[in-house]
Design a binder for this molecule. Structure first.
Ligand SMILES: Nc1ncnc2c1ncn2[C@@H]1O[C@H](COP(=O)(O)OP(=O)(O)OP(=O)(O)O)[C@@H](O)[C@H]1O
Length: 349
């Protein structure tokens, strides 16, 4: 159990900024996900917490103690990486036991601890196997068990699912969620996959170019993106964004007119989610021609080009039309988000 305080944390290599002024308290037992595109500074932040990367500026405080100068081994954090880092010559049992030996934990307790950790990730039947005799998912579970067996104060997980195929990723994700519920260990989890972030996190930190863009619960981030970067990074498909002009509460762009909005007159970016709008037979706010139509099984995604942007709406699964057909979208003002045209920052609630 641990609270982690990151106080104005920065990392620079020469003039290149990897992470800038990261300031956040991670609560005891919280599952925090660092989310962002490749190169945004997620791994660097995690490596600073682990003690694998020097800090240029700022402080890391774990349970009230500044750990900036502590060696990784003295920080009581366990890491799980995307490459499993298993020892090929050791069987599963010995791989899981290894951290206990290194840390000189009382040998009398090893067997019970290894068996408890391996049971948690359902590896009981594979203890005698070598890593080469395991599937990718099983190897990743050995890596998880090896972190669990230490009973650390903090788990740090860096894209632990990225080497697994899509199906295995979903089941292992559920297992991590279940484990974190059972173990109640403060966890920092790095991913570029927004679905992983949304499903696992108590809170998500969205990062871009070394800078924190928004911190919030998955619902906060989905429903109230702080800026156009977050809006376009979260959700599948991403939020529709279109540039236009707001005047007296009415947004206009080519083929689009939406009234009843609140915001200052002038250029703005309007956003709405595909599932919040609908294809309309009656009077509608967006009128254009179908650019593409994709059958998703549970819905039909209809995309048009309007206002210089591609805009998608989820229609009923039985909806059909042809490319080029005229189509209308109903986009009520209540589902719309407004962003400053220059800074991309959210306007109002
Ligand atoms: N030792 C280093 N020297 C110089 N630049 C570095 C070094 N390590 C990382 N960087 C740079 O810092 C930035 C952040 O890297 P980081 O690994 O934290 O990104 P990330 O968000 O984890 O990306 P990914 O998802 O690809 O792992 C990148 O632009 C990277 O090239």
């Amino acid at each position: 159990m641990a609270e982690i305080q990151l106080r104005n944390l920065s990392k620079r290599w020469g003039s290149f900024v990897g992470v800038q002024n990261f300031d956040l308290t991670i609560g005891n037992e919280e599952f925090l996900v660092l989310l962002g595109p490749s190169g945004c500074g997620k791994t660097t932040t995690m490596r600073m917490i682990a003690g694998l990367e020097d800090i240029t500026e700022g402080e890391i405080i774990i349970d009230g103690k500044v750990v900036n100068d502590l060696e990784p081994k003295d920080r009581d954090v366990a890491m799980v990486f995307q490459s499993y880092g298993l020892y090929p010559h050791m069987n599963v049992y010995e791989n899981i036991r290894f951290p206990l030996k290194v840390r000189k934990v009382d040998p009398a307790t090893h067997d019970e601890r290894v068996r408890r950790a391996s049971a948690m990730v359902e590896l009981d039947e594979f203890l005698h196997r070598k890593p080469a005799e395991l599937s990718g998912g099983q190897r990743q579970r050995v890596a998880l068990a090896r972190a669990i067996v230490r009973e650390p104060n903090v788990f740090l997980m860096d894209e632990p699912l990225s080497n697994l195929d899509a199906k295995l990723r979903v089941s292992t994700r559920a297992q991590i969620k279940n484990l974190s519920h059972e173990l109640k260990v403060t966890t920092v989890y790095v991913t570029h996959d927004q679905i992983e972030a949304m499903t696992l996190a108590d809170r998500v930190v969205v990062m871009s170019k070394g800078i924190v863009q928004q911190v919030g619960t998955p619902t906060d981030i989905y429903d109230m993106p702080a800026n156009t970067f977050v809006a376009s990074f979260i959700g599948s498909p991403a939020m529709n964004l279109v540039d236009g002009t707001l005047s007296g509460g009415t947004f206009t762009a080519k083929d689009i007119e939406i009234s009843g909005l609140t915001g200052p007159d002038g250029p703005v970016t309007l956003g709405f989610r595909a599932e919040d709008a609908s294809v309309s037979d009656g009077p509608a706010q967006v009128n254009a021609n179908v650019y593409s139509m994709e059958l998703l099984g549970d819905a039909t995604m209809v995309t048009i080009r309007a206002g210089g942007a591609m805009l998608s709406v989820k229609a009923h699964k039985e909806y059909r039309s042809e490319i080029g057909d005229a189509v209308s979208y109903s986009v009520p003002s209540e589902i719309c988000h407004l962003f400053d045209a220059t800074s991309g920052e959210r306007i109002g609630d």
